[in-house]
Design a protein around this ligand. Sequence first.
Ligand code: SDX
Length: 435
Amino acid sequence: MSGSAKRSITISLDGTNKSSTLPLMDGTIGPAVADIRRLYGDLGIFTYDPGYGATAACESKITYIDGDEGVLLYRGYPIEQLAEHSTFIEVAYLLMNGELPKPTELKEFEFGVLRHTMLHEQIRQFYNGFRRDAHPMAVMCGVVGALSAFYHDSLDINNPESRRISAFRLIAKMPTIAAWAHKYNIGQPFMYPRNDLGYAENFLYMFNAVPAEPFKVNPILARAMDLIMILHADHEQNASTSTVRLAGSTGANPFACIAAGIASLWGPAHGGANEAVLKMLAEIGHVRNIPEFLSEVKDKGSHTKLMGFGHRVYKNYDPRAKIIQKACHEVLGELGIKGDPLLDLALELEKIALNDKYFVDRKLYPNVDFYSGIILKAMGFPTSMFTALFAVSRTVGWISQWSEMIEDPEQRIGRPRQIYTGAAQRDYVTPGRRG
Ligand code: SDX
């Protein structure tokens, strides 16, 4: 581990003369970590942390979040500055390589990505196996997992060149796979990628164009798409990234690991929340129904959540939500959409919730998913595509974190322990003697 251990903590076990002195490792910024690897050997005990809310599973140099201050840094750069000045392809380079690229480096990187945007023609057949109304995330899980069957030349995870090619292939093909999932849903022909277009523009082209006529991507939408992709690119050790790392720790190939990440992201508590926010707003229907809905949320027995609110790490406003909310107003204005009832409802819901003691006491603020669905809907995406778009963007973060894990000399197969509270050992009882 590259952090420094200048301090330590000592744990003593009540009723014994045993104690364990654990090195306290300091990172660049953020909380120090107690290295507990010797704890079981010293005291014969495990730590218990369901949901890993207080557990550092790895060392990373990629993304830093300060949940109390609402800070998000990609390789040290604030998300607000990257959102304003950068592009998704430049952020992809930054997350993968650790530094902002020189112009020649960026040009070479973008050329490399754009040269992998096409899919093997056989992969088209996979789509035909799905029902037309298959959820795009089901298609993404299946098709991305199947990529392992096509790229035997880049499955050696211990070969840096293989890792680099696999990263390029995944980053480049995800927009094609997602756009084709949508085209399959609506029964239109697949559109092949165009390497004369930028990353986000190419995706919008494949998503919207038809072979019957020329199609020019609206530059306002292209910029909004690029911004949304920047904001969703990485986010420290979230559930889907941890899934990718855990799958990768077994030596599974990168395509299988990213398919696992897609499956994990799909859940409504995680990346599926953007789709759930739109369903929630549709169910609320009108500002007058907000008080009744919030009463239902506060009733634990209802199991109703205020989707798009709350976060394991952010106990303040998610900085990405602020940026997307601002972009909502800009994009809707530039598109000439005068007042979006969904946006108006969301803004009122946020205002009421942020002044409600229940949410204030629990430090529940809007997260990235609260506004992303509204802007995506205004851009013409069906709700079912929202999480697929999240997966396209997060693939850069997943593959960056996966590579970092493979290159980490301390990485081992992930294998958490447990506290066992089941039956103590007992003998088999023959059927005739069971009570
Ligand atoms: C993402 O981890 C990441 O970084 C994820 C992500 C990324 O970029 O990768 O940021 C993307 O997944 C954003 C989160 C999207 N999910 C949602 O919007 C779904 C709604 N949110 C909740 O399900 C919840 O807030 C979580 C899952 C996001 C966080 O869950 P935690 O950390 O386990 O929170 P908790 O359950 O400990 O909540 C503390 C309290 C509880 O109440 P009490 O038991 O103390 O009375 O807050 C309540 C919870 O019941 N609570 C909510 C709530 N979220 C938490 N109550 C109502 N509505 C909510 N949304």
